[in-house]
Design a protein around this ligand. Sequence first.
Ligand code: ADP
Ligand code: MG
Length: 224
Amino acid sequence: TEEIMRRSEKLSVVGQLAAGVAHEVRNPLTTLRGFVQLMQKDSRLDKSYLNIMLSELDRINLIVSEFLVFAKPQADRYQEADLYAIMNDIIVLLDSEANIHNVQMITCLEPGVPPLRCESNQLKQVLVNVMKNGMEAMPDGGELTLELARESEENILIRIKDQGVGIPEEDLARLGEPFFTRKTEGNGLGLMISQQIIQHHKGTIRYDSKPGAGTCVEIRIPFR
Ligand code: ADP
Ligand code: MG
């Protein structure tokens, strides 16, 4: 019965997640549909609409990539990947999100890090989730610092640092708990998913934070 409980809990997580994704994807889709309809009526429509359409498409792309882990079965798809390239991909993906939040991304990425055996889509998802949290923690904008380095022979280090509101001590222990969120629009699933993924990679994720002093997230993954 315990197993059944656990399974039904999991199911409701997935169900809630699906509902959240559907809801969030619907908004940009409605906007896009409206513009296409306008264009149908008036072909001389101002080109500036295209920028809005592009950023709405980016938004959908971002939402979907945030939830990749539930979209695909957990087959063994570990492959050698270039973390430098992956991080650059994510920086491009999050560019318009950064602009919206008035956030400047500062990068210090070591280009020569050795390839890492990983599930690159899942690691991308972790990066999206953690970086988005950093942006959302800075309501008035600020700097999001991204570092990638080969810390030792054994592991890679990714550090993501924001200048945001920080995390109170009593919340630190609750990070990664399903549905733990302090945001009105949050779902409290991003870190749960991220921790699971890092665990699958035999890595660690560490939070260092104080209210008002920003947050530093350190992710370590062994080359193995
Ligand atoms: P969500 O972003 O939907 O709230 P997450 O699992 O991503 O869910 O994060 C859970 C909670 O952890 C957030 O609501 C927030 O309170 C806290 N948190 C996570 N990252 C940060 C950060 N960089 N700065 C401040 N608080 C954070
Ligand atoms: Mg989040």
